[in-house]
Design a protein around this ligand. Structure first.
Ligand code: SAM
Length: 288
């Protein structure tokens, strides 16, 4: 919706519509008209950085195929809210799942919307605690669309506020205090995780199964139901038959009941012989 307040940059309904179509086609993110002001606020920073005066000019830059700017456009439109041990009931379940698989080689976990890293580090800490070692037989691939948050995750440096509120002596056991007062995840913890940029809409994910668990939390809320379903159809064959899918608190998989069934609060397992995709069929062709 357009507001009457004069704005620094001209932003018409047509401009919003173009942004909406671009980000939906590329990232599956479904922006409702209520996000008009949010889009303005986030992209205004890019216009300022480029010295542009209107969104129309900015959209022309994107339409000319400037791939670096397209990456920054995408990064601007993602919402990256996360925290350590968010939705904490998932982690004891993950620990039990890992312990039950003890002795069956390296266990593979995929964190498919890792944001700034708090989620994959929480998974890594859970694995260390489950096996009582800083070198558990666990490999985590952590992916996200947003290159900015992936860089933060790779660095593994967090504020004292975030780390010092961790329970069970975790700050001391899993982080090193930096001279500036912040904390960095210990090398052993960082070594458990590999980061990659993966757009869940891209036709070929660089992920090989069979996986013991997939975390896909608080990202499907940005997708419409058909897009969610296509992602879920591709998750299922990547999981071991007893593998687990962890989703966010406001995400339910009723529309994928022939693929995933509820194991426990927002934790799902595959329906054996269900309707999962067997190949990596493209979700949607990329914009560029
Ligand atoms: C709200 S955060 C959730 C972070 C974490 N999973 C959690 O629950 O705390 C959503 C993340 O999804 C990512 N994302 C959005 N669209 C995506 C896509 N198409 N492919 C991969 N990641 C995407 C965003 O960049 C963002 O970091």
């Amino acid at each position: 919706m357009l507001t009457n307040t004069p704005r620094e940059f001209a932003f018409t309904e047509q401009d919003f519509e173009k942004v909406r179509v671009m980000i939906y086609n590329y990232a599956g993110i479904a922006l409702t008209p209520a996000k008009h002001d949010m889009v303005y606020g986030r992209l205004a920073r890019r216009l300022r950085a480029l010295g542009l005066r209107t969104f129309n000019e900015y959209l022309q830059v994107l339409e000319r195929g400037d791939s670096k700017e397209f990456e920054l456009f995408t990064n601007s439109l993602t919402t990256n809210l996360t925290s350590f041990f968010r939705e904490s009931h998932h982690f004891p379940m993950l620990a039990d799942h890992l312990k039950a698989a003890r002795g069956s080689g390296v266990l593979n976990l995929w964190c498919s919307a890792s944001s700034t890293g708090e989620e994959p580090y929480s998974m890594a800490i859970t694995a260390c605690e489950a096996f009582d070692t800083l070198r558990p037989p666990v490999h985590i691939i952590a992916t996200d669309l947003d290159t900015g948050v992936l860089e933060t995750a790779r660095q593994g440096v967090y504020s004292a506020d975030e780390v010092e509120k961790l329970e069970n002596n975790r700050a001391r056991r899993f982080f090193d205090r930096q001279p500036d007062g912040r904390y960095r995840a210990k090398q052993e913890l960082r070594d458990l995780i590999v980061y990659r940029r993966v757009n869940l809409m891209e036709p070929n994910w660089p992920i090989r199964g069979p996986l013991d668990a997939i975390f896909c939390r608080n990202v499907m809320i940005y997708f419409d139901k058909p897009t969610q379903l296509k992602v879920l159809q591709r998750f299922a064959p990547l999981l071991k038959p007893d593998g687990l899918l962890f989703v966010g608190h406001s995400e339910n998989l009723y529309h994928a009941a022939d693929i995933f069934k509820l194991r426990s609060k927002t934790v799902y397992e595959r329906v054996q012989g269900g309707a999962a995709a067997t190949s990596t069929s493209p979700l949607r062709s990329g914009l560029r």
